[in-house]
Design a protein around this ligand. Structure first.
Ligand code: PEP
Ligand code: MG
Length: 888
């Protein structure tokens, strides 16, 4: 038979799925002999039954009655007894901490009769009435759904009547009158009387707490934190103890170490003569915990001893909530404490050094997201002005500068040594120079995986994407906040990518010491030492190699400093932009073979120099160079602009007319599915040969100069092995010709990207013609889902996330169920057909912590990601090798 209720003495820490985090820890502390007020936990299973069927399981009433009887025996009092009432709290507590997202009802057991008993037995009439009015208020709101504002208004009126500024100035009689008023409010608004039966109070509170699992804010929180909606909450019913009973009572929060910095030593706050709720509401200012040593040395000593016991037992930072009732210390709650990213690294590696935990446990306590956060600069001061609206934090960090409306202005500003923030409605690849030049990027549209966000994250730039309440007007070169503040070009703003807020004015910044130390290899502070140790450990245990997506020698060098073991994706399209655009235009416009060959010949030395630089920066390590991928029209001018220019001119430039014809010829309705990738190589004669020649000659040059170049050639968007065979044959003939001519004796592996479902499904055949596969999960996600990322993110993605169809964008974290299945199939069939096949991934997912765990399990050889994401990827690859879970 299912057991739905567990006394604290029956549970254990490992039972958090059933008892919730709070319940499991209360049980654990009870078993450790800590002074925990007695109580019991109603399981998450009971909650799930309630939520599914609308009623509690049949046995629950009986089990609660039995547990309540045991609680009454332990406390030596009866719930709601009119002479000496036992009062209980009814608190939510799910598997994962959801602070403040669900409901709580305190002081259950008070009634018109028992309030008198409490007054007498405590000798504190005011305290008794204050507790009762709090119960009526909380019960009225949480259980009966009365607008809390009605109670607050009555309270305020009473204060005015008495000339009081604070609730503490109200006496017992005021509070008794208020309680009556509150009961009337309940009656008036719901037609119900406040229930006088304590057991009815208890059951109704229990149901209200169950229901609060499905409250709006709980939903929103779970979505943000990727917590499943199916878990349900446990409910803890516990004898009340009171910190507001007397001057030698009080309440507080304590941590076994500093949760902000991770520094050793007890840390916390104490509020004398107060209840826990007062701390949360910030009614009065708390004093530092150390003050308790002076106020109540005995309790302080006992508390610090308990903290030591808990940390030794949990082998981690613990936080506790405690109450002192008339000089007697009670521990009300403990959990392994939340901490900042900085504290996570410090604490894990301090505990390792102290011999409390081993290396495996230390590595399990830090993660790639935390490391990524530590690599961004931070605001040195907190903002004092009113922040502009929040938006999803797309790429962490906090810089600022003068707002600029377009890429050109950002570039101009950077050249003049100015710090700028590029403010756009959304960004396109054309904005790339501006994004590089700017300190930060702010867009009013898009989300965490929109273009601006992806690019910014990859570059280590700060980005706030989708700040929808801002109205961006690029023509007027300004944007407007919802409050009507107009921010003009040049006005300084600060962008906090971590919180997703934008602030008017400049906030000062400090550089990330962690980033500096990762780049220099020298650790100047304790945090950097901890990060370095975590990374060394991850490197020692990981199977996945980590390569970089890098297209320039500078990026390659930076990636190498961050620990890249090669380049997994060198996109060559960036080498066709800027000043070289006219050569590409000439290639596209060529009327005959000779003209095209001339244009390609002009591009050849430029490409060769690009590759030589990158191979030098990655000397001795693999460099996977991808042949040109995007559709040609991306290199041509905008169709409308061109048409307008021609129409506006009496004597249009014949070149413009030519260009327009080409633009129209190359125009595609769905360029993502059009003439791109390998299709381009097979349609534009000489293009593959030119790129391969540039690679081969760069390899030969590097060898001549004493280098150790390890170039690999990658062919994009292959759908059938025939495409690969044809391009491979062409590439091999150019390689042999160049290597024979230059006397170069190296092999240059030729492989393909797997980024179409058909390629994955026919991987066994493709593998016979490939030396390696690299999963292009950006395109593979688009083509598996049948959607275009840029369009989808701007249109229906927010609704899909809102409706829970996606818990996270499939472009941010790999869709294991669909795209992952194709990858698994391609890995199996590819390896079966070609045992020497190397397997990697170079889509954005290569730097995403969750996805890295999948790639490890799928048996890939490496992940490749933007340089800035490399340290986090190394860390997660190590954690994956230890089998650390990532998902909830
Ligand atoms: C991919 O599709 O995953 C990929 C890396 O290629 P790109 O993003 O350049 O299309
Ligand atoms: Mg692709």
């Amino acid at each position: 038979m299912t057991q739905y209720v567990y006394g604290f003495a029956e549970g254990r820490r490992e039972m958090a799925d059933l008892l919730g985090g709070k319940g499991a820890n209360l049980a654990e502390m009870t078993r450790l002999g800590l002074p925990v007020p007695p109580g019991f936990t109603v399981t998450t299973k009971a909650c799930r039954v309630f939520l599914e069927t609308g009623t509690e399981p049949d046995e629950l009433g009986f089990e609660v009655a039995r547990a309540l009887a045991a609680l009454e025996r332990a406390a030596g009092r009866t719930l709601g007894d009119s002479a000496d009432p036992l009062l209980v709290s009814v608190r939510s507590g799910s598997r994962y901490s959801m602070p403040g997202m669900m409901e709580t009802v305190l002081d259950i057991g008070l009634s018109d009769a028992s309030v008198q008993g409490l007054a007498k037995i405590s000798g504190q009439e005011r305290f008794a009435w204050d507790s009762y009015r709090r119960l009526v208020q909380m019960f009225g709101h949480t259980v009966l759904g009365v607008d809390t504002e009605l109670f607050e208004r009555a309270l305020a009126e009473r204060r005015t009547l008495r000339g009081a500024t604070d609730d503490r100035d109200l006496d017992a009689q005021d509070l008794a009158l208020l309680t009556e008023e509150f009961k009337e409010i309940i009656h008036r608004t719901t037609g119900e009387e406040f229930p006088q039966d304590p057991v009815e109070q208890l059951h109704r509170a229990l149901r209200a707490v169950f229901s609060s699992w499905n409250g709006e804010r709980a939903h929103v929180y779970r979505r943000r934190e990727h917590i499943s909606d199916d878990l349900g909450t446990a409910v803890n019913i516990q004898a009340m103890v009171f910190g507001n009973l007397s001057p030698d009572s009080g309440t507080g929060v304590a941590f076994t170490r500093d949760p902000t910095t991770g520094a050793r030593g007890v840390y916390g706050d104490y509020l004398p003569y107060a209840q826990g709720e007062d701390v949360v509401a910030g009614v009065r200012n708390a004093v530092p915990l150390q003050e308790l040593e002076r106020l109540d040395p005995r309790s302080y000593l006992a508390l610090t001893e308990h903290l030591r016991t808990l940390e030794a037992h949990y082998q981690d930072l613990c936080d506790v909530e405690f109450t002192i009732e008339r000089g007697r210390l009670w521990i009300l709650q403990t959990r392994v404490g939340k901490r900042t990213a900085e504290a996570a690294f410090r604490i894990a590696y301090d505990l390792l050094e102290e011999g409390v935990i081993g290396r495996r446990a230390a590595l399990s306590r830090v993660d790639g997201d935390q490391l990524a956060r530590l690599m961004f600069p931070r605001f040195a001061t907190r903002p004092s002005d009113v922040p502009a609206p929040r938006a999803p934090a797309a790429a962490p960090g906090p810089p600022g500068g003068g707002a600029v409306s377009d890429s050109a202005e950002a570039v101009r500003g950077a050249a003049a040594g100015e710090r700028t923030v590029l403010v756009r409605r959304e960004t396109t690849p054309d904005d790339l120079p501006g994004m590089i030049a700017a300190e930060a990027v702010l867009t009013s549209r898009g989300g965490k995986t929109s273009h601006a966000a992806v690019v910014a994250r990859g570059m280590g730039k700060v980005c706030v994407c989708g700040a929808e309440p801002l109205t961006v007007d690029p023509t007027a070169r300004q944007f407007t906040t919802p409050e009507g503040v107009v921010v003009r070009e040049g006005d300084v703003i600060s962008v906090d990518g971590t919180s997703g807020t934008v602030h008017l004015g400049a906030l000062s910044l400090t550089d990330s010491a962690v980033r500096q130390s990762l780049e220099s290899g020298e650790q100047s502070d304790l945090l950097s030492v901890a990060v370095d140790r975590a990374l060394s450990h991850a490197d020692a245990v990981r199977r996945l190699e980590v390569r970089a997506n890098a297209d320039t020698p500078e990026d390659a060098a930076c990636a190498r400093r961050f620990g890249a073991q090669g380049i997994g994706l060198c996109r060559t399209e960036h080498m066709f932009l800027g000043e070289r655009k006219h050569l590409v235009e000439a290639m596209i416009l060529a009327v005959d073979g000779t003209a095209r060959e001339q244009a390609l010949a002009a591009l050849l030395p430029l490409q060769r120099a690009d590759f030589t630089g990158i191979l030098a920066a990655m000397d001795g390590l693999p460099v996977t160079i991808r042949l040109l991928d995007p559709p040609l029209h991306e290199f041509l001018p905008d169709r409308t602009q061109l048409a307008v220019r021609i129409a506006a001119s009496a004597d249009p430039d014949p070149r413009d007319v030519h260009l327009l014809a080409a633009v129209e010829r190359l125009h595609e309705r769905n360029p993502m599915l059009g003439l791109r990738g390998v299709r381009l190589g097979l349609s534009v004669p000489g293009l593959v040969a030119m790129q391969v020649r540039a690679i081969a000659e760069a390899v030969a040059d590097r060898i001549r100069d004493g280098g150790d170049p390890r170039a690999e050639i990658m062919i994009p968007l292959v759908g059938t092995v025939e495409e690969l065979r044809l391009v491979r044959a062409e590439a091999e003939s150019v390689l042999s010709e160049v290597f024979a001519r230059t006397g170069t004796e190296v092999t240059c592996p030729i492989g393909t990207m797997i980024e179409l479902p058909r390629a994955a499904l026919t991987a066994g055949r493709i593998a016979r013609a490939a030396d390696f596969f690299s999963f292009g999960t950006n395109d593979l996600t688009q083509t598996t889902w049948g959607l275009s990322r840029d369009d989808a993110e701007a249109s229906f993605f927010p609704a899909y996330l809102d409706k829970g169809i996606f818990t996270i964008s499939p472009f941010e974290s790999l869709d294991e169920e669909g795209v992952g299945r194709l990858i698994t199939l391609a890995v199996e069939e590819g390896r079966a057909a070609n045992s020497r096949l190397t397997l990697g991934v170079c889509g954005e997912h290569g730097g995403d912590p969750d996805s890295i765990h999948f790639f490890h399990r799928a048996g890939l050889d490496y992940v490749s990601c933007s340089p800035f994401r490399i340290p986090a990827a190394r860390l997660e690859a190590g954690r994956a090798a230890l089998g650390e879970p990532r998902s909830r």
